[in-house]
Design a binder for this molecule. Structure first.
Ligand code: ATP
Ligand code: MN
Ligand code: MN
Length: 308
């Protein structure tokens, strides 16, 4: 079930066991991709995407009228529940409505049928809600930063992490920048992990001020890259690996091998139109070892001179 590169004429149909309504609807005018194309992508990628979704809170970006129209970010069930989507124990996040989780291919497709385009996840598992199992560095290029500089900056982030003894994994955002993800031992509180992520970015910005900024805000980052450590805060989310983006072209957040970085042309190099073809052609999962690495941070903190 590969998504077709060309817009499909089918008005409705089945994707997996899911009956798609309004499958013909154009989700993205720029590419002509339809709701059916989007559902076929999620059907094709479900087995690879679920390990990234299972067991952790998820937030949705829903855009019933498609890309370029008002959408909404949804962290809780709210009025309409989505069949198969799990409501987590409300005690996980006191003072909020229950968080959501996607555990099955059916729930993933049901969400897409309900016009969810993007899936975003927490850095913590529901079973250990206070202790992240990953650290995320979200490279956000400012105005005037070409993609070559994004590639170079990403490699520099990797080099620093490597010097700290931390293995990291790379994915496109499906938008403008790249994401570097460090799987960590589920031991430290979210505030400590965030403070350490900030210290890593502060070090980069101090050593290479012409390339990196620590402060967010568009005016601070003109010509430079903001390495967004704020993705590591409590309740913060990052777009899930393999999620489509509600932006022109329907880019996909694609996990990559570091060897692929030098030839990467854009953070939206893979889209709903061609991402399934990449997966069908690829032999090895570039993130296969990600799941086996649970890195303690004590030694890295010491090496950076970070005192938790
Ligand atoms: P790019 O590469 O273009 O920067 P991105 O996914 O890294 O893409 P954004 O789309 O700007 O960056 O989103 C930043 C983060 O904020 C996302 O990871 C997402 O999880 C979160 N986010 C987005 N919209 C909302 C919202 N309305 N409320 C809370 N968090 C949001
Ligand atoms: Mn970003
Ligand atoms: Mn960001």
């Amino acid at each position: 079930a590969l998504p077709s590169a060309a817009p499909t004429a089918a008005s409705s149909g089945r994707v997996g066991r899911m009956r798609v309504t309004h499958g013909e609807r154009i989700v993205d005018a720029a590419s002509g991709l339809t709701k059916l194309d989007l559902l076929r992508w999620y059907d094709a990628v479900a087995a690879r995407m679920l390990p990234h979704l299972k067991g952790r809170p998820v937030a949705f970006l829903r855009a019933p009228q498609g890309v370029g129209h008002a959408g909404f970010f949804q962290k809780h069930a709210e009025r309409t529940s989505i069949p198969g989507v799990t409501e987590l124990d409300p005690a996980l996040w006191p003072g909020h409505e229950p968080l959501l989780e996607i555990r099955t291919p059916e729930a993933l497709l049901a969400a897409a049928q309900m016009n969810v385009i993007e899936f975003h996840t927490w850095n913590t598992r529901a079973a250990a809600i206070a202790t992240p199992d990953r650290m995320v560095f979200d490279l956000d290029p400012g105005e005037g930063v070409d993609f070559g500089a994004v590639r170079d900056g990403t490699l520099l982030v990797r080099t620093l992490l490597d010097e700290l003894g931390l293995a990291a994994w790379l994915k496109t955002s499906g938008g403008k920048g790249l994401h570097v993800v460090v799987p960590i031992a589920e031991r430290l509180g979210v505030d400590v992990v965030k403070a350490f992520a900030r210290a890593i970015v502060a070090h980069l910005a101090q050593e290479l001020p012409e390339r990196f900024v620590l402060k967010s805000g568009p005016s601070n980052r003109v010509g430079r890259i903001f390495v967004d450590y704020l993705r590591n805060g409590e309740g913060a989310t990052t777009v899930c690996a393999f999620s489509a983006r509600a932006r022109p072209g329907l880019g996909v957040s694609m996990p990559l091998h570091w060897d692929e970085l030098p030839a990467l042309r854009s953070a939206a190099q893979w889209t709903v139109a061609d991402a399934a073809a990449r997966l069908a052609a690829a032999t090895a999962d570039p993130w296969a070892d990600y799941w086996r690495k649970r890195q303690p941070l004590a030694a890295a903190m010491k090496r950076l001179g970070f005192d938790p």
